[in-house]
Design a binder for this molecule. Structure first.
Ligand SMILES: NC(=O)c1ccc[n+]([C@@H]2O[C@H](COP(=O)([O-])OP(=O)(O)OC[C@H]3O[C@@H](n4cnc5c(N)ncnc54)[C@H](O)[C@@H]3O)[C@@H](O)[C@H]2O)c1
Length: 431
């Protein structure tokens, strides 16, 4: 596999250029292609696999899913890209990871599964592209960092906004002092959630619901917590901040080169979607990053915002200017009264997900670095988990950065680790 990153990353419209299986860089002979596996053949996992084909140089040798319909559909698509070679199909990820020819794995299952699958992939010393959030609880994340340290292979976590052109341009402006000293940050995503059917019913016949829930509690199935919709269920997705907001929190940390917050408080609740979801539909979080206040707000019901154009993005408030950034533009609002705003539209010509996958594949080939190593992902994931712990305990949560523990708050500290459902064993409790 040869990825000319500069040519690839620089080519306008790389995302739209290559349709499924048509690499802009050409395909080497089969024996030289990276032998890839995918665990979790749902919406995003399928998209990641497509991105890998767009980059080129990969051969999918195995797929894994607990829904046979997802497995079959993706196996068929993959076969059509590999001269008819159908990948091996598994329900049990351990069997996929044990394949001797496997070199790299994409993990795109719901978050309650990430830790166990990631740890097994590390034990097998595979290259890993794992989706966000890194973990479902903080103790899992700590074990994942340890395991990654012991795995010499490339590991990229799916915070692809680290590749986003608008975030990168805004970061350059802010880091070069364009906005002055940043004294406050506010991030938000407001939207109107549409909750699927909440009636308890049999799962689809192709889906092994017990295996899908895995180490998390086996809740009675209903579409509102099943495929794709699990995001707002506490036991699986853990809510809007952990699922989607985490991207902007990672971007804030990345742009300002922050590490961990020292303290967090949260207020909110389930105000309008009671009985339908189990995570807050209204949330306000305030972190203290060593004197820098960072706020998060979400409201997933009600009327549109007064300024809908800023309802999904981040404000960086500096003493010289305010910068707003979202996926497609960044704006500078100078402090001087009457000064004109600078609006930088960033055309969506380079898909950040494609760039993130390309960077991973290039690092596998060259031994180079990636934009989101595990420690970075751990810090962003833990930042939002601490906010959810503060919300659940209705208390101030303080984080000790060296001890990596919640300080002086035993009730909150208990929530650093969740109970696993038997027969699965939490990695922090394994003997
Ligand atoms: N980086 C991003 O912007 C982004 C965007 C969307 C989703 N994601 C992440 O991707 C992951 C998947 O999200 P999605 O939207 O594709 O969800 P999804 O529900 O569409 O797909 C998840 C798939 O995993 C399968 N699965 C569940 N348990 C499994 C197991 N034990 N073994 C094998 N397969 C199993 C499900 O059957 C399903 O096919 C999540 O971690 C999510 O947070 C990231």
């Amino acid at each position: 596999m040869k990825v000319d990153r500069r040519a690839f990353l620089g080519s306008a419209g790389a995302a739209s250029l290559a349709a499924w299986g048509r690499s802009p860089l050409g395909q080497p002979p089969e024996r030289n292609r990276l032998k890839l596996g995918l665990i979790g053949c749902g919406w995003w996992g399928t998209g990641l696999l497509k991105a890998a084909y767009q980059v080129g140089g990969v051969e999918t040798v195995a797929l894994c899913d607990v829904d046979s319909a997802h497995l079959d559909a993706v196996a068929q698509e993959v076969a059509s890209l590999q001269e008819g070679r159908r990948p091996a199909a598994f329900k049990d990820y351990c069997e996929l990871l044990a394949l001797p020819e496997l070199e790299a794995v994409i993990i795109a299952t719901p978050p309650q599964w990430h830790a166990l699958q990631f740890l097994e992939a590390c034990r097998r010393q595979l290259h890993i592209y794992c989706e966000k959030p890194l973990s479902h609880d903080v103790r899992e994340g700590q074990k994942m960092v340890e395991a990654a340290d012991a795995n010499p292979k490339v590991i990229q976590i799916g915070f692809q906004r680290r590749q986003s052109a608008s975030v990168r341009q805004a970061a350059e402006f802010i880091r070069s002092g364009g906005a002055g000293n940043i004294v406050q940050v506010e991030a938000q995503i407001h939207y109107q959630a549409e909750i699927p059917d909440t009636t308890i019913q049999d799962p689809p016949p192709t889906l092994d619901w017990d295996a899908w829930c895995g180490p998390a509690p086996l809740l009675p199935y209903r579409p509102s917590i099943g495929h794709f919709a699990w995001r707002l269920e506490a036991e699986y997705g853990n809510g809007h901040l952990v699922d989607w907001g985490i991207h902007w929190i990672d971007a804030v940390r990345n742009v300002l080169q922050l590490r961990m917050p020292r303290q967090v408080q949260s207020a909110g609740g389930i105000r309008l979607l009671e009985g339908k979801i189990t995570t807050p539909d209204t949330l306000n979080v305030s972190w203290d990053f060593g004197g820098l206040p960072v706020f998060w707000r979400h409201r997933i019901w009600g009327a549109a915002e007064y300024t809908p154009e800023t309802s999904n993005g981040i404000f960086f408030f500096g003493d010289k200017a305010t910068v707003f950034v979202d996926d497609r533009r960044w704006e500078v609002i100078p402090r001087e009264r009457g000064a004109r705003r600078e609006v930088h539209e960033v055309p969506d010509e380079q898909d950040p997900r494609l760039l993130h996958v390309a960077e991973f594949l290039e690092a596998v080939q060259t031994g180079g670095g990636v934009s989101c190593p595990v420690r970075e992902a751990f810090q962003s994931t833990t930042t939002v988990h601490l906010a959810m712990i503060a919300y659940r305990t209705q208390s101030v949560v303080r984080w000790h950065p060296v001890a990596q523990e919640i300080e002086d708050n035993p009730e909150a500290a208990k929530l650093l680790l969740r109970r696993y459902r038997s027969p699965w064993v939490h990695p922090a409790e394994a003997v």
